[in-house]
Each structure stands twice: as structure tokens, then as C-alpha cells.
Design a protein around this ligand. Structure first.
Ligand code: UDP
Length: 362
């Protein structure tokens, strides 16, 4: 990539948590990976994020203010809620002041405000939406943005896009990871992994039920987002062979995951992507997932894992019994071919270039 084509990109991170906290879920890793790869290619990247955010090797502008609540905990028709001193509003006020220094501003927040503000900015705004449809306020404002600023809405997958009325307007951008951080393991131990935020939409109880039936130990890793939900699972399955290891760094997490026979993915919702699926594949770990949403687009059924009937614990158990059919090197290969940082960088660079070009035309 030549530097005379280099772009100046201001990323505005999720406002539900600090980068590195895990509260933002997979979008935290996505922000890091896009920023890292485009920085490597010579583009100028700065990330604006709540105070306390940490992002290796990329400049972060830390903004004070109160965090947004998460959209997953809202009802579809709920009104828009913002704290009085909202970090979301403060981040966008910062972006407004510096906008002329940048070619494209990139919004990673699943919030109404950045979409609403788009027509008021001189600098074009790209919106990366990291979840499927959850709240009417966002559906509505994003649909208006898609109509007024064609090509500026990006999503992970087609299944995610299809949850929105403006599916046809979405750019499908997928995800990708730094494969060098994940080590291949050909000889796993007799145990299973579950990764993600501990929250009801992730359906952890089904993985715990499958662990209990099969007797295979389940290692659980991820941000404790809903302590009551976790306590209920512990009470409902007191003798299941499960262990919660906490929220681990990528390095620590892959050390655990790669030793497992499979990753179980049990989302109740339409998972937009599921970064954890490609992280497991990169370690050579097959993915057993419910056949809906992002994981259904990632897992090659019978080749790099199994897609089972959604919400069926028996389906999980049946797939666990067939794990010997999977060649773990095929899992690593799929991650290398489809989910490298290079592939991710190509797609996002192309998208940002097309949006930057729209500025020139204005
Ligand atoms: N994760 C982590 N440490 C852990 C468990 C999970 O850093 O111990 C990260 C993982 O790398 C992934 C994110 O948590 O990026 C979960 O993202 P995913 O896309 O699977 O789901 P989301 O939370 O966005 O719904």
C-alpha cells in the first residue's frame, strides 16, 4: 500500500465500555484488528474511546463521561436513554471539533446519536453496526441514514443484515483476526470451551447442560456481564463439570481454548458474527454452533465443526459425539484462508476509500 493513497481515519469506539474491559463484546476486538491492520498499511488512525481504554500500539483519545447502557437489555420499543454526562455525546462533540483533520469518521457504537448527527457533519461518517436489530430507535435512524448516505452502513454478515429493513443497503464486511496470536493444537484434552459475555442472549445454560450430559468438563471464559444470570445457571446445574476462568486476555484465552475438543456456541439471538468462532478455528478447534446468525455462515458443517438445530441441547450432545470426524488442521486452514487480518484490511480499506471519495464530490 503506497502512502500517497493513505487515509486519515478517526474511529469512535463503542460507548458501553472501555476498550479492553470486555463490556463492548466482540466489537472491541474488531476495532483493534481493523485499526492495527490499516495502521500497518500506512493509514493514519486514531481511536476515540471512554476514559480507561487501552489499545495496544494505536493512539487513543480518552473521553470522560458516563457509559451507555447496552441495547441487549432494552425492549424493542423503548425510548432513547442517555445519561446526563454521556460519554457518547462527549465523544461526538470531540469528533465535531476535529472533523476537518480526518477523511472519514467511523462509528462503532450501537446507538442512535451518531446516526442522527450524520447530516450535521462535514466529514463523511461510516457506521459499522455490530449487532442485529434490537431497538426501534436504531432501526429507524439507521434506515434513514442508509437512504440518505448510500454505502455508509457496514455490518458483519448477511444474516445480521437481514434483521434490518435496509439489508440490501448494508456492506458485508465480515471479521478477521491476527492469526499469529493463536497457536494451533492438534492433540486436545478431553474438555470443551465456551467463550463470551456471560449474558442471557448467549444461552450459556445450554452449553452447561450439554457438559452435564456428556460428562466432558466445560471451560467458560468471558466478561461477567450479568451476575444474576450466572448464579441462576450455577443453581440450576450444581453438579455440572464446569469451571469459570474469568475474562482473559487474547493470549491467555487461546492457551486454554486450543486444548479443547470443541467450542460450543449457543446464542439465543441472531449473533451478528461471533468473533469467538474464528478465534477457536485459528487454534484448530472445531465449532459446534446453533444453525443461525453469524456462526451458521462461518462453520462448514461436518468439516470445521457442526451446525445443530437452534436451542437443542440434544443437538449439541449429538455433535460432540461426532467430533472425531473433524480434522483440526482444516479448522486452522479455514481461519487462515477466510479470516486473516489482510483479508479484513482489504475489505475495510475498500469501504473507507469509497466513503472518502464521497467527500470530494460534496
Ligand atoms: N473474549 C476475551 N476474553 C475472554 C472471553 C472472550 O477477550 O476470556 C473476547 C473474544 O475475543 C471476543 C469477545 O470477547 O472478541 C466476544 O465477542 P463475540 O463477537 O463472540 O460476541 P459479542 O460479545 O460481540 O456478542
Amino acid at each position: 500500500m503506497t502512502t500517497n493513497n493513505s487515509l486519515k481515519l478517526l474511529f469512535l469506539s463503542t460507548s458501553v465500555g472501555q476498550l479492553g474491559s470486555g463490556l463492548g463484546g466482540g466489537v472491541e476486538l474488531t476495532v483493534l484488528n481493523i485499526a492495527k491492520e490499516l495502521h500497518r498499511r500506512g493509514h493514519k488512525i486514531t481511536v476515540v474511546a471512554p476514559v480507561g481504554s487501552v489499545l495496544e500500539s494505536i493512539p487513543v483519545i480518552e473521553i470522560a463521561g458516563d457509559l451507555q447502557g447496552t441495547a441487549q437489555t432494552q425492549d424493542y420499543n423503548d425510548s432513547i436513554v442517555m445519561p446526563a454526562d454521556a460519554v457518547l455525546a462527549n465523544m461526538w462533540e470531540y469528533a465535531r471539533q476535529v472533523q476537518d483533520e480526518w477523511d472519514v469518521i467511523v462509528n462503532f457504537a450501537y446507538d442512535w446519536l451518531p446516526f442522527y448527527l450524520t447530516p450535521f457533519f462535514r466529514t463523511p461518517i461510516a457506521h459499522f453496526i455490530s449487532m442485529g436489530s434490537l431497538v426501534r430507535s436504531l432501526d429507524r435512524v439507521a434506515e434513514q441514514t442508509a437512504a440518505q448516505f448510500p454505502g455508509t452502513i457496514g455490518v458483519y454478515t448477511a444474516s445480521q443484515a437481514e434483521t434490518f429493513a435496509f439489508a440490501a443497503e448494508c456492506q458485508l464486511l465480515g471479521s478477521g483476526i491476527d492469526l499469529s496470536l493463536y497457536e494451533f493444537c492438534s492433540q486436545p484434552q478431553s474438555k470443551l470451551a465456551w467463550l463470551g459475555r456471560i449474558a442471557p442472549e448467549k444461552g450459556l445454560e445450554d452449553a452447561v447442560a450439554a457438559a452435564k450430559i456428556t460428562g466432558l468438563p466445560l471451560k467458560i471464559m468471558g466478561k461477567m456481564q450479568d451476575e444474576d444470570y450466572w448464579q441462576k445457571i450455577c443453581a440450576d446445574y450444581p453438579d455440572a463439570p464446569v469451571e469459570y476462568l474469568g475474562f482473559l486476555t487474547t493470549t491467555q484465552m487461546q492457551e486454554q481454548v486450543r486444548q479443547c475438543r470443541a467450542l460450543l456456541m449457543t446464542p439465543r439471538w441472531v449473533e451478528a458474527f461471533g468473533n469467538v468462532a474464528i478465534e477457536a478455528l485459528a487454534c484448530g478447534v472445531p465449532v459446534i454452533a446453533y444453525a443461525r446468525g453469524g456462526p451458521a455462515e462461518i462453520v462448514r458443517d461436518g468439516h470445521t465443526g457442526f451446525l445443530v438445530e437452534p436451542d437443542s441441547v440434544n443437538g449439541l450432545v449429538g455433535a460432540i459425539a461426532r467430533l472425531d470426524q473433524i480434522d483440526r488442521s482444516a479448522c486452522r486452514r479455514q481461519a487462515e484462508v477466510e479470516y486473516s487480518l489482510e483479508a479484513l484490511g482489504d475489505r475495510f480499506q475498500h469501504w473507507f476509500n469509497s466513503i472518502a471519495a464521497s467527500k470530494v464530490r460534496q
